[in-house]
Design a protein around this ligand. Structure first.
Ligand code: ADP
Length: 405
């Protein structure tokens, strides 16, 4: 049995792909809607969209198209993947997309569980915790695009959907194993065994949605886990790091990396063609053995100031456009290994490099594998890391895994 996943951003999709690859199943990841028919699908096919903050109608239409592509290729089960911090706005897009997928599959309930115990994300009594903090007290309250100001997920989801919302809490899960009657169910999970319980006890008429961890028990449940000893391909040696994430962990990663590598900071206020060209010239001037960092990563105060003067989406778009142009120039200069921090930023860089499909390779840290795109003769390696993933040495760790440090 094959299964298909739709992810709302590129790093979330690679996170999911890396975790599912641990099962030994073959995992193919598409960046954006594939432009070829869905014949000969791998065991697990993941379509990464960039729809987290799209207008609702656009997100619904993109995800529906992805679902139809997967189903046409024989994916019997669909999984809707979003961030383990439930990143969304009052309008969506987690709820509206779930309702659209239910209409396609004919499922009558949807289960939501963003818990990712290995990375400290837990849902208890319908409330999402990041480590020992409630979601709204974590650094997610300052996210540039989707600030999360409420940890009660039923309350977050309710305005996004047209049907009833309930909580399937851990106590009632274990008491009866039966789902509550509401259409949309926030499900508790604190440990990995809770996720296994959910996968085991969720009937077929329920659409599964969640972070990447909830999908992990699926390959063995569906009988598609096996040992696949394929070797990772070998990309050219030159490498670069891009960081457009302003998340707390990324700030630490940037602070750590700049101390021992050539680094170039860009700011949204001054990002015209001349500034981009100057950065590209700087890149060209470096010794070829160096692995430079280009970053827009800044403190919450500085992000707020940029957003106040430019607007939230304009500030983000300027940075993403610059990162995309510089990534293209880096490729022209012969760089083939790209470490990228930031979900949106990764989307921009991957698109700029024209990469539409990748195979999944070694995991760098939980949730972030190296992935390989490009052509057989000209492989491009990418490490796409969303905001708070990894430890402070993530950039060097990723590069070291490929022998680039
Ligand atoms: P994360 O994975 O941490 O959420 P993303 O790349 O998804 O990171 O989102 C960060 C957003 O913030 C991007 O749209 C990026 O362009 C934008 N951004 C980056 N640096 C700045 C800055 N200095 N000021 C304002 N916005 C910024």
């Amino acid at each position: 049995m094959k299964f298909g996943c739709i992810a709302d951003d590129f790093t979330g999709a690679t996170d999911l792909a890396g975790l599912l690859r641990r099962s030994g199943a073959s995992v193919k990841l598409h960046f954006g809607l594939p432009d070829h028919p869905s014949d000969g699908l791998s065991d697990i096919e993941i379509i990464a969209l960039k729809c987290r903050t799209e207008p609702v109608a656009q997100a619904v239409s993109d995800c529906s198209e992805a679902a139809l592509w997967l189903r046409a290729g024989g994916a019997e089960l669909l999984y809707w993947k979003y961030c383990s911090t439930f990143d969304s706005t009052d309008q969506g897009n987690i709820g509206p997309v779930a309702e659209a997928l239910m209409a396609i599959t004919g499922q009558t309930q949807a289960l939501y569980c963003p818990a990712f115990p290995e990375n400290g994300r837990a849902v208890f009594m319908g409330h999402l915790f990041v480590g020992d903090q409630l979601l709204n007290e974590s650094s997610m309250k300052d996210h540039p695009l989707t600030p999360m100001r409420d940890a009660n997920l039923a309350r977050v989801l309710s305005p996004q959907v047209s049907q009833s919302v309930g909580v399937w809490n851990r106590v009632s899960q274990r008491a009866s194993g039966n789902l509550p009657p509401e259409t949309h169910l926030i499900a508790d999970a604190v440990e990995f065994s809770d996720l296994e319980f959910l996968i085991e006890h969720t009937p077929k008429h329920v659409l599964l949605t969640g972070g990447s961890a909830l999908a992990m028990p699926l390959p063995s449940k569906l009988g598609i886990a096996f040992q696949n000893a394929s070797q990772d391909p070998k990309p050219g040696p030159r490498a670069i790091v891009f960081s457009g994430s302003c998340s707390q962990m990324t700030q630490r990663q940037v602070a750590h990396y700049v101390t021992s590598h050539p680094s170039y900071q860009i700011t949204p206020e001054a990002l015209d063609a001349d500034v981009i060209a100057a950065c590209i010239d700087w890149l060209e001037s470096l010794d070829r053995t160096e692995t430079p960092l280009i970053y827009a990563t800044a403190s919450p105060e500085s992000v707020k100031a940029s957003q106040a003067s430019l607007g939230v989406s304009e500030a983000g778009a300027l940075v993403e456009h610059a990162m995309a142009s510089i990534a293209q120039a880096a490729y022209q200069q012969g760089i083939r290994r790209f470490v990228v921090a930031g979900g949106e930023t990764s989307g921009a860089v991957t698109q700029a490099l024209g990469i539409t499909e990748v195979m999944i390779g070694q995991e760098i840290c939980p949730g972030v594998p190296w992935v390989y795109g490009g052509s057989h003769n000209d492989v491009i390696a990418l490490a796409l890391k969303s905001g708070n993933f990894g430890t402070p040495t993530f950039f060097s760790d990723a590069l070291a895994l490929l022998g680039s440090e």
